[in-house]
Design a protein around this ligand. Structure first.
Ligand SMILES: *Cc1c(COP(=O)(O)O)cnc(C)c1O
Length: 430
C-alpha cells in the first residue's frame, strides 16, 4: 500500500498541529503506524490521498450510521446552505430536530442543542449540580464523556490509549468532586451512592459502554442504578452520545426500558456535522438559561446546516425496519467474525457486540468492565489493525473503540471483510 502522500502531509501537519491531528486517537499511536489522510468518503468506502480505497468501519467514530454522503443528508445540507450558514438567531430547523429527538427518545421532554458531545456532557453535569445544589459526580472507570475537566478521571477512549491516568492541567480541586467506580459492579455502586457524606449530584453513565471497547450493562445493573438514584434524589444522566440512535431510534434507554433524568446526545444526531444535545425532564431542563439560572450558551448552537443534516438523518432512521435490518446484518457479521477469530486464535480473542457496534478484544474474556478490558493484548490489536489496513479494511486505530457497521455496508462489503479478516487471523496465529 503506497502512503507517500499521506506521509508527506503527516510530516507537515505535525509541524503545524500538535501530533498532526485535531483529536489524539487519529494519530494511530497505539497501533504503531502513521495515519492516512482522507480525501473523500462515500457509502461504506473511504478513500485516502494516495488513492487507496478502504471499507470503513470507523464511520467517523459513529455518526455515519447511514454511510457517508447519504443522498438525503447531502440534499438537506445543500438546501440549507443556500439560505446562509449561520444566523445566531432562532430558525425553524431547530424546532424540527427538537421534535424528532423528543419523539424518539423516551425520557426527553425538552432538549438544548450544542455543538459537540463534550459540550452536552459538561452542560448536563452543570445542570444536575444546579438542580440538586450538590457537587459530586459519579462516573464509571473506562467511561468517556468528552474532555471536560471533571471527566478526566479514569476515562476511556483516547485517554486509555495514551496511557495517561488523567491529564495535567486539570485542577485537583475539580477532580476531587469526581468519583469513578467500576462498571457493572452492583455492590460498589450501592455502597458509593448510599454514602451520605458524598453530596452526590449525579451519576453519568454510558448505558452501553463504548469507549473501553463495547461493554453491555449486565442484566439488572441499569435498573438498580435507576432505583438507587431515584431513592436518593440523585440525577441520573445517560451519556448516549454513541448509543443514541445507534442501539435503536430511542437509544439504549428505550432498548432496556430504563429512563434517565437527563440524556446526552452527539455523533449520529448531527448526521456528520457538529451537533450535541442534552435533554430530559421538563422540570430539570427549565433550570437552563434563559428560563432558569443555569447558564449555558453557544454561538453556533442550533446551526442551520447541522440541524438540517441531523433532521435528514433522523428522518431516515425513523423509517420502518431500519434498525431491524441493520442489527440483523451486523449480528450475522459479528457472529461470523468471532467464529473465524476463534477458529484461528482460540481463546486469545473474545467479542462484545451491541447491535451495529462491536469490539473484538484480544483477550480470553469475558470483558465486563475496565479491568477486564485492559487485559487485551494491544500489541496484537495493533498487528490486526495494520494487517487489515493492508487488506483494505479501515478499523478504529485503537483497541478500546468500536467497529461500526452502517446501513451502507453491502453484503459484498461484509463478505469481503470476513475473507480478509480470516487471512489476517491466520497470520496472527503464527
Ligand atoms: C464521543 C463521545 C463524547 C464526546 O463527544 P465529542 O463530540 O467528541 O465531544 C462523549 N461521550 C461519549 C460516550 C462519546 O462516545
Amino acid at each position: 500500500m503506497n502512503t507517500d502522500t499521506s506521509s508527506k502531509l503527516f510530516e507537515k501537519a505535525q509541524k503545524l498541529i500538535p501530533g498532526g491531528v485535531n483529536s489524539p486517537v487519529r494519530a494511530c499511536k497505539s497501533v504503531g503506524c502513521d495515519p492516512v489522510f482522507i480525501e473523500k468518503a462515500a457509502g461504506a468506502k473511504i478513500y485516502d490521498v494516495d488513492g487507496n480505497v478502504n471499507i470503513d468501519f470507523v464511520g467517523s467514530w459513529g455518526p455515519m450510521i447511514l454511510g457517508h454522503n447519504h443522498p438525503a443528508v447531502i440534499a438537506a445540507i445543500k438546501a440549507a446552505i443556500e439560505n446562509g450558514t449561520s444566523f445566531g438567531a432562532p430558525c425553524k430547523l431547530e424546532i424540527d430536530l427538537a421534535e424528532l429527538v423528543i419523539d424518539a427518545v423516551p425520557s426527553i421532554e425538552m432538549v438544548r442543542f450544542v455543538s459537540s458531545g463534550s459540550e452536552a456532557t459538561m452542560s448536563a453535569i452543570r445542570l444536575a449540580r444546579g438542580y440538586t445544589g450538590r457537587n459530586v459526580i459519579v462516573k464509571f472507570d473506562g467511561g468517556f464523556h468528552g474532555h471536560a475537566d471533571s471527566f478526566l478521571v479514569k476515562a476511556g477512549s483516547g485517554v486509555i490509549t495514551l496511557g495517561i491516568p488523567g491529564s495535567p492541567g486539570v485542577p485537583q480541586d475539580i477532580v476531587k468532586n469526581t468519583i469513578s467506580i467500576p462498571y457493572n459492579n452492583l455492590e460498589k455502586l450501592e455502597e458509593t451512592l448510599r454514602d451520605a457524606d458524598l453530596d452526590i449530584a449525579c451519576v453519568i453513565i454510558e448505558p452501553i459502554a463504548g469507549n473501553m471497547g463495547v461493554i453491555q450493562p449486565q442484566p439488572g445493573f441499569l435498573e438498580k442504578l435507576r432505583e438507587l438514584t431515584t431513592e436518593l434524589g440523585i440525577v441520573l444522566i445517560f451519556d448516549e452520545v454513541i448509543s443514541g440512535f445507534r442501539a435503536g431510534l430511542g437509544g439504549a434507554q428505550d432498548k432496556f426500558g430504563v429512563t434517565p433524568d437527563l440524556t446526552c446526545l452527539g455523533k449520529i444526531i448531527g448526521g456528520g456535522l457538529p451537533v450535541g444535545a442534552y435533554g430530559g425532564k421538563r422540570e430539570i431542563m427549565e433550570m437552563v438559561a434563559p428560563v432558569g439560572p443555569v447558564y449555558q450558551a453557544g454561538t453556533l448552537s442550533g446551526n442551520p446546516l447541522a440541524m438540517a443534516a441531523g433532521k435528514a438523518t433522523l428522518t431516515e432512521l425513523a423509517k420502518p425496519g431500519f434498525y431491524e435490518e441493520l442489527d440483523r446484518k451486523a449480528t450475522e457479521f459479528g457472529t461470523r467474525l468471532l467464529s473465524l477469530a476463534r477458529k484461528h486464535l482460540g481463546d486469545k480473542v473474545c467479542m462484545n457486540q451491541a447491535g451495529s457496534v462491536l469490539t473484538l478484544f484480544f483477550t480470553e474474556g469475558p470483558v465486563t468492565d475496565f479491568d477486564s478490558a485492559m487485559k487485551s493484548d494491544t500489541e496484537m490489536y495493533g498487528r490486526y489493525y495494520r494487517e487489515m489496513l493492508q487488506e483494505g479494511v479501515y478499523l478504529a486505530p485503537a483497541q478500546f473503540e468500536g467497529m461500526f457497521i452502517s446501513a451502507a455496508h453491502t453484503a459484498d462489503d461484509l463478505e469481503a471483510t470476513l475473507k480478509k479478516a480470516e487471512s489476517v487471523f491466520i497470520k496472527l496465529a503464527k
